[in-house]
Design a protein around this ligand. Structure first.
Ligand SMILES: C[S@@+](CC[C@H](N)C(=O)[O-])C[C@H]1O[C@@H](n2cnc3c(N)ncnc32)[C@H](O)[C@@H]1O
Length: 271
């Protein structure tokens, strides 16, 4: 494993244990265990009926979304490269009394690890920024989907990703694309849920990219685009200035120029 990925995986192992404890309620674990569907409003509004369908959840983290989809009747498999995330996902499945498979592994290896006959790939919020190769990502999605199978994807908008809040104002701070060998380095001392536990492995490496890099890779891998949406809300505070928007979502405060904070799409494997 290359040094960027090793560093990211150590960071995600630590975060998985902190997130599963859910001291701040960010992941709504208690509500989920009590039976709530804790998918975010954008996903709830956009995903197709999954009951009875074979669904692969890429970068499933501690498995809450995977298990919400299982609760909706999907035959769900989550894949994530963090062994702690997979352990926590299996533990949550047990506590919730739900059935889903959780597989430890790289997104790029998904077809070899979980098979090639899925109806749906689901992946959302904090996903492609951790991946250094959109072509390999799209090929992995096409590789697990059967012909006619669909991808649902929702994540932070590339425009928002380029900004940083500096001195109370948003400024364009990052290049819109990162070379594979030159990701952006971040060193957040704690995780994004508000939990104050200091991270030991705090160095992370992330890749910026444009919308055309995402969609171009999917088209090249044999998917066709069904729709593309842009949104003014995110399920986390990308910038400290963001304010609650309801439904566990956050938006920019009044007086700040609007920009797209999230995008989502559905694509179908046509060849
Ligand atoms: C923000 S979380 C996933 C989002 C999910 N919506 C959540 O918050 O529960 C990102 C996940 O991606 C995983 N990840 C990062 N790089 C990966 C890779 N190359 N292959 C598989 N999983 C990866 C991490 O282990 C982490 O669990």
């Amino acid at each position: 494993m290359d040094p960027f990925k090793r560093s990211n995986r150590q960071n995600w192992d630590e975060r998985a244990d902190i997130h599963a404890l859910d001291r701040t309620g960010f992941y709504a674990v208690d509500a989920f265990l009590a039976g709530a569907d804790t998918l975010y409003p954008i996903e709830k509004a956009e995903i197709v009926e999954v009951a009875g369908l074979k669904l692969a959840h890429f970068q499933c983290h501690i498995g809450i979304d995977t298990l919400c989809l299982a609760r909706r009747g999907a035959v769900a498999t989550g894949i994530d490269f963090s062994p702690r995330a997979i352990a926590q996902a299996r533990a949550l499945a047990g506590r919730a009394g739900l059935t889903a498979d959780f597989v430890e592994g790289e997104v790029y290896d998904a077809p070899a690890l979980i098979g090639d006959d899925f109806d749906i790939v689901f992946t959302s919020w904090g996903t492609i920024t951790w991946l250094d190769d959109m072509t390999a990502w799209a090929e992995a999605i096409a590789g697990v989907l059967k012909p006619g199978g669909r991808l649902y994807f929702a994540d932070t908008h590339p425009t928002a990703m380029q900004h940083e809040e500096i001195g109370g104002a948003l400024r364009v701070h990052y290049d819109w694309r990162s070379a594979k060998e030159r990701p952006e380095r971040f060193a957040a001392p704690t995780t994004y849920t508000g939990d104050e536990t200091p991270l030991v492995a705090f160095n992370t490496f992330e890749w910026m990219r444009g919308i055309s890099d995402v969609i171009g890779a999917l088209l090249k891998a044999g998917l066709s685009l069904d729709w593309l949406h842009e949104h003014e809300e995110l399920p986390y505070r990308l910038f400290p200035m963001m304010i609650p928007a309801g439904g566990r979502m956050f938006k920019l405060p009044p007086g700040v120029p609007r920009m797209p904070l999230a995008f989502s799409l559905q694509a179908t494997r046509t060849r």
